[in-house]
Write a protein that binds this ligand. Structure first.
Ligand SMILES: *Cc1c(COP(=O)(O)O)cnc(C)c1O
Length: 219
């Protein structure tokens, strides 16, 4: 199936309140343009330099989401244009994003990444640390960032029950933190293999790559 067909197939099955981020990491510009011509305007990348290069060449009505782990020293390369940073897990990183956003006179929306997977390799904060951060004096002074919700990645496993438990847990954390954080509205969870499950568990933003663009080749 073509990229356009894949996209249409996925979009036709999505409830209206769910936003689709097309994860285009490692894929060439013509593939992204095919998705663009099929109407897709939100793209997700996990490397800042790659995202900045694609931003330069692609139409300017695209919203770029940074979904990967962010290195502090590279924030400056995306601060002028990034729409949403999904993977924030540290106050020092938020301070840097705030500093760079201020230079561009912008407010940058961010999601806190919560670790829900059992693998050590996955990043993220504990719900307790997220809650502390949101109430900390340092955070409350940052006027050029806005935390609009949470992001999480489930364990890479065939065990649907485990994935469901992890997503349900993140939804509970989201609902709890939402009570005291009026700007919370986005729960980013679900990828190609598990987005239906994620939506059933309360996700309203999914990040889908290979089901749209095909398998990635990292070699
Ligand atoms: C690569 C990636 C995705 C998309 O993965 P697919 O399985 O190809 O849909 C989603 N979220 C994050 C954080 C990723 O790094």
């Amino acid at each position: 199936m073509s990229i356009q067909e894949n996209l249409n197939h996925i979009k036709s099955s999505l409830p209206k309140h769910v936003t689709l981020v097309a994860v285009s990491k490692t894929k060439p510009i013509p593939d992204l343009m095919e998705a663009y011509h099929a109407g897709q305007r939100i793209f997700g990348e996990n490397k800042i330099q790659e995202m900045a290069d694609k931003y330069e060449t692609m139409p300017k009505d695209i919203q770029w989401h940074m979904i990967g782990h962010v290195q502090k020293n590279k924030v400056k390369f995306m601060a002028s244009f990034v729409t949403l940073i999904h993977g924030v897990d540290d106050i020092k990183l938020l301070e840097e994003i705030n500093k760079q956003a201020l230079k561009h006179n912008r407010i940058i929306d961010c999601l806190l990444q919560i670790k829900i997977a059992s693998e050590d390799s996955k990043f993220g904060m504990t719900p307790h640390d997220a809650s502390d951060l949101l109430q900390s004096e340092v955070f409350l002074k940052l006027k050029n960032i806005r935390i609009t919700g949470l992001m999480g990645m489930a364990t890479f496993t065939d065990d649907e029950n485990q994935i469901k438990e992890e997503f349900t847990y993140l939804k509970t954390v989201f609902d709890t933190l939402r009570i005291e954080n009026s700007e919370f509205k986005i729960l980013s969870m679900g990828m190609s293999g598990d987005y239906q499950l994620a939506i059933n568990c309360g996700s309203n933003m999914i990040r889908v790559g290979s089901s749209i663009f095909g398998e990635r080749n990292y070699s």
